[in-house]
Design a protein around this ligand. Structure first.
Ligand code: NAP
Length: 317
């Protein structure tokens, strides 16, 4: 595997981007950062995955008609290189364990960028690593794996990054700019993540239960509305009034705008992949329980979804 060379010049030694997980999002970030000349190291699960990656000679990014093979350096969690900047690109259910495997390599001032959907995994990592700066991200970009180490950039979008603790925007945002990664610093990233979680809770599970595209939910308007009402109350009770604002209207706008699409959770279930349910409806229900807030529709939705997943042989956590 050729070692990554960088064209990035700086008065300071450039800090490499360690990217934990080389799936869809990990590859998408790695490819763009590496193409722009920044030092990137992929951290793969184990020696077997590293050997498979080396046999493929790098990551392939497919973008429209273009397809580029990038020989990005890779390592396992056991490598001894210190990590000062870690982008966590695993699924929410893998993120905490994966970070724990490299925790001993983090520098005292390490920054960790968490790309996970939903809520819960980010807080678990921040609690486990109180000395690291944990930056939460919310992305509307879309990518999928066409095969191992081959990722298709399917939907251009935007990334919001923010620190739930007060703090200035990091200087490395400029590296995202130079890599063509559309982004902005969010002063209220939790609100953004809660809003996305609520939209996901109102749409994704119902598309699984009714086995339909997003547009199919137009035939289940009352069910969607009942969920939006409970989710809005929950968001307000969690001190996230901005995330609650006009939720119902936005959910219906999204259903209309994406009527021909299958939701990501629907695709996961259809392909027999584990879902991130614990970090979506599971998280929302736990929040309601801890506030002693009654959310019967949301609770019933979570139970129905769990039963459906178990019936299909998939985990319900
Ligand atoms: P993915 O394609 O399944 O990739 C996850 C990667 O994590 C896999 O490559 C997996 O390795 C790796 N991994 C898991 N445990 C690991 C460990 N202990 N050490 C090293 N690597 C490990 O998932 P994704 O679609 O990129 O999603 C990542 C997160 O981004 C999710 O929370 C998702 O909801 C969110 N997101 C995704 C998209 C999208 O379009 N894909 C958009 C917005 C947000 P193996 O290859 O060995 O299994």
């Amino acid at each position: 595997m050729p070692t990554q060379t960088t064209t990035h010049t700086s008065l300071h030694t450039p800090i490499p981007w360690h990217i934990l997980g080389a799936g869809s999002m990990g590859a998408l970030w790695a490819a763009r950062l590496s193409r722009a000349g920044f030092a990137v190291r992929l951290i793969l699960r184990n020696q077997a995955r590293l050997q498979a990656y080396e046999a493929a000679q790098g990551l392939t990014l497919v973008e429209g008609e273009n397809c580029v093979l990038l020989p990005i350096a890779a390592q396992t969690p056991e490598a001894d290189e210190p990590i000062a900047r870690l982008l966590v690109a695993c699924k929410a259910y893998d993120a905490e364990t994966a970070v724990a495997q490299v925790a001993h390599r983090l520098t005292p001032d390490a920054e960790i960028i968490l790309l996970q959907n939903g809520l819960g995994s980010q807080q678990a990592i921040a609690t486990r690593l109180p000395h690291a700066r944990c930056i939460f991200a919310s992305s509307t970009e879309g990518a999928f794996r066409e095969g191992d180490w081959r990722v298709v950039f399917a939907g251009h979008g935007h990334n919001w990054l923010g620190d739930p603790q007060p703090g200035a925007a990091p200087a490395w945002l400029e590296e995202l700019q130079r890599s063509g990664i559309s982004h902005e610093w969010s002063q209220n990233i939790l609100s953004r993540l809660w809003r996305k979680l609520a939209i996901n809770c109102a749409i994704n599970p119902l598309t699984v239960l009714h086995n339909c595209r997003n547009g199919g939910l137009k035939a289940h308007r009352l069910e969607v509305d009942a969920l939006c009402t409970e989710l809005s109350t929950l968001l307000e009770s969690c001190a996230q009034p901005e995330a609650a604002f006009n939720l119902n209207d936005e959910v219906h706008r999204i259903i209309d705008a994406t009527e021909h699409n299958y939701a990501s959770m629907h695709q996961d279930v259809a392909q027999g992949r584990r879902t991130e349910i614990s970090y979506l409806t599971g998280y929302a229900n736990h929040a309601a329980i801890s506030l002693q807030l009654a959310v019967p529709h949301l609770q019933h939705l979570h139970q129905r979804l769990c039963a459906h997943l178990l019936h299909r042989g998939l985990p319900c956590n």
